[in-house]
Design a protein around this ligand. Structure first.
Ligand code: 5GP
Length: 184
């Protein structure tokens, strides 16, 4: 069975861009599409970026035990579809989860065969700059996310690998090396 790759990192760290670049170079890897209750951002597509659910729909899925893990993040719920992940692993597919830190640690407890990668910002100041530059969040949401960042960086010690996002290209290369080393 292939190992499950779990990529985490603080909001605004650039993990989305890194994963997008990685997937363009490696189309044989699949990215799991999570469910969320947060509002769709401009340019996002239902079923591609996320499955967008109401809080009621999300809670119904929780009660039906449909999530491998789920979490509340910045006043919204996010969850990983259990059946989808299981099917991919059963079919020996190479799967990447892009989830928050708590979620990654929960997945590792449930699926021992997973490899946790934490993407670190070059510095906290750089992360704040990026998060503000994105202009997709309110000031309140930015402050909330920045306070989460500090505690998340602490938890990066629990991950198998850390990758510092100095450039997208270098980060992708480091992930390629991890995949080689782990024989995924
Ligand atoms: P965003 O709102 O910026 O798309 O995502 C916020 C955070 O939720 C990110 O850290 C992202 O990785 C995380 N996230 C997305 N999907 C899931 C999921 O299914 N489970 C968990 N635990 N976190 C998720």
């Amino acid at each position: 069975m292939k190992k499950l790759i779990v990529i985490s990192g603080s909001s605004g760290v650039g993990k989305g861009t890194i994963i997008k670049n990685f997937l363009q170079k490696h189309p044989d890897f699949k990215l799991s599409v999570s469910c969320t209750t947060r509002k769709k951002r401009e340019g996002e597509i239902d079923g591609v970026n996320y499955y967008y659910l109401s809080k009621e729909e999300f809670m119904k899925a929780v009660n039906n035990d449909e999530f491998l893990e789920w979490t509340e993040f910045s006043d919204n719920y996010y969850g990983t579809n259990k059946t989808f992940v299981q099917k991919c692993l059963d079919n020996n597919e190479r799967l990447i989860l892009e989830i928050d830190v708590k979620g990654a640690i929960n997945v590792k407890e449930k699926i021992k065969n997973s490899v946790l990668i934490f993407i670190l910002p070059p510095s906290f100041e750089e992360l704040e700059r990026r998060l503000r530059g994105r202009k997709t969040e309110t000031e309140e949401s930015i402050r909330k996310r920045l306070s989460i960042v500090k505690s998340e960086i602490q938890k990066s010690k629990l991950f198998d690998y850390t990758v510092t996002n100095n450039t997208v290209e270098k980060s992708v290369e480091e992930i390629e090396q991890i995949i080689k080393d782990e024989q995924i």
